[in-house]
Design a protein around this ligand. Structure first.
Ligand SMILES: Nc1ncnc2c1ncn2[C@@H]1O[C@H](COP(=O)(O)OP(=O)(O)OP(=O)(O)O)[C@@H](O)[C@H]1O
Ligand SMILES: [Mg+2]
Length: 193
C-alpha cells in the first residue's frame, strides 16, 4: 500500500481538489472576495505563513471555487520571483487575467498594463505571490489604487512585510484582511498524505 495517496500532493503548481484543515481560512478569504460577485468592492487580503503552509494553494483554490460559482470577475496570478519590477508585476497580472491581448511585455509602457486592468469589463482579483522579493511597493500601490481591483498579497513574514512598506501603503494595508496560516501538525500531515 502506498503511503502517499497522491504523488502530486507536494508539488506546488498542483492545486488539490480539496484542501485539508483549512476550512476557516477558506471561508475567511472567500468572505473577503465574495462582495465582488455582488458587484461590490472586495476586501484586499494579506496571506502570511511559513513556507509550505499552503498560502499559494489557498489563494488559487478560493478564486477557482468562486469562479465555479460565477463568471462575473477575472483573476490574475503573478509570482514576483518570476519578475519583480513594477512593469513585470502589472504585465503578469494583466496577462494572466486574460487582458493582455496584443500587448507586448517589452516596448509597451507600464501605464498600458495598468490601463488594461482599469478598463477591464469585469472586476479583477490580483494575486501577488512572494511580495517580499518586490523591488519596491509601487506595483502593489498601483494595483490597490485601482477601484476595480482587489489585491491578495502573499508573503511569509507579516512584520517584515509591514516594515518594508512606505507609510501611505502601510496605513492602507492595515485595514486589509490578514489571513495567517500555521504549519500543519504532524497528525494533519499524516492525514493529507
Ligand atoms: N490544505 C491543504 N491540503 C492538502 N494539501 C495542501 C494544502 N495546502 C497546501 N497543500 C499542498 O502543500 C504544498 C505546499 O503548499 P503551497 O505551495 O501552497 O505553500 P506555500 O505556503 O505557498 O509555500 P511557499 O511559501 O514556499 O510558497 C503543495 O503541494 C500543496 O498542494
Ligand atoms: Mg507559495
Amino acid at each position: 500500500m502506498s503511503i502517499i495517496k497522491d504523488a502530486r500532493a507536494l508539488r506546488p503548481s498542483h492545486i488539490p481538489s480539496d484542501l485539508y484543515h483549512r476550512d476557516a481560512k477558506i471561508r475567511q478569504l472567500a468572505d473577503a472576495l465574495r462582495p465582488i460577485m455582488d458587484g461590490d468592492i472586495g476586501q484586499n487580503t494579506l496571506i502570511f505563513g511559513p513556507s509550505g503552509t499552503g498560502k499559494t494553494t489557498l489563494a488559487k483554490f478560493v478564486v477557482q471555487e468562486l469562479e465555479a460559482e460565477t463568471l462575473d470577475f477575472r483573476w490574475g496570478y503573478h509570482n514576483c520571483i518570476s519578475g519583480s519590477s513594477k512593469s513585470e508585476v502589472l504585465f503578469g497580472v494583466m496577462r494572466d487575467a486574460g487582458l493582455g491581448a496584443s500587448l507586448r511585455k517589452t516596448g509597451s509602457p507600464t501605464s498600458s498594463f495598468l490601463n488594461r486592468l482599469r478598463e477591464s469589463d469585469k472586476r479583477v482579483v490580483a494575486i501577488i505571490d512572494e511580495v517580499d522579493v518586490l523591488e519596491h511597493d509601487t506595483a502593489l500601490q498601483a494595483l490597490i489604487d485601482l477601484d476595480n481591483v482587489t489585491v491578495v498579497a502573499i508573503t511569509i513574514d507579516e512584520d517584515d512585510f509591514f516594515t518594508h512598506l512606505d507609510s501611505r501603503m502601510r496605513s492602507r494595508l492595515r485595514s486589509a484582511e490578514p489571513i495567517r496560516l500555521e504549519r500543519f501538525t504532524h497528525i494533519q500531515l499524516v492525514d493529507i498524505l
